[in-house]
Design a binder for this molecule. Sequence first.
Ligand code: HEC
Length: 234
Amino acid sequence: MSDLGFNKIAFCVLGTALAVIGLNEASHAMFQHEEHEFAGYYVAIEETTTGPAVVEGPRDYGTLLAAADVAKGAEQSKKCVQCHNFDQGGADGQGPHLFGVLGRDIASVAGFKYSTGGGSLTELEGEWTYEKLDHFIERPKGFASGTLMNFAGINSRITGLQDRMNLIAYIRTLGGEGIPLPAPLPPEAAAPVDGAAPVDGAAPVDGATPPADGAAPAAPGATPAPATPAPAPH
Ligand code: HEC
């Protein structure tokens, strides 16, 4: 075999080796790619199923409850009456009566057999505040893992918060009026509420047909007055 022949063979071997390495690399890259996609997929799933985490930070109970709809809360209370009595002096059912529950010590209705032991209501200190009631109704077993309250909670991602606020506002009318609403949270919490107006207000700028003020500038050519519509000062 000539030198040239040997070189050819060597070249083939080398080429094959390179090809194999290349394949390995390629499949490794593909595999990694799939792994990444897979990981991303899981993250996406997680984002859609762990809804409640969306509401981070303190809830602005002062504002939320002041704006809540008591009549709609009364509707919500139908989810509770199977086990609870909301009447003043009402008897206990499967659950303790709830008249005056706001401000009442947790698990304090005499004669009612509350859960006991790990994660039970009797282990909890203090009274029912707006915040505690909100969290308990949202996910009873998340608030007290050992509770006997066999109720999944009002925790729809879409309507849950509003439903609970309406319900708590209703419960407040049942002997809870004396429990002051928390002061509305400062700046950031107030911002979205005010923010709604500027967003709406921005729209007419594009259309150039602002309903109210627009009529005035059209008729009297040179009256810049409508620019400051509100003679607010007094
Ligand atoms: C299937 C029956 C059932 C339903 C439905 C139910 N509860 Fe309860 N609830 C209970 C039981 C039982 C307890 C006692 C839990 C314990 O001892 O752990 C309880 C306890 C409570 C407590 C604690 C009271 C206290 O004295 O400390 C509150 C507050 C409460 N429920 C509110 C509600 C509200 C509001 C609803 C409706 C959204 C509701 N529950 C729906 C059975 C129910």
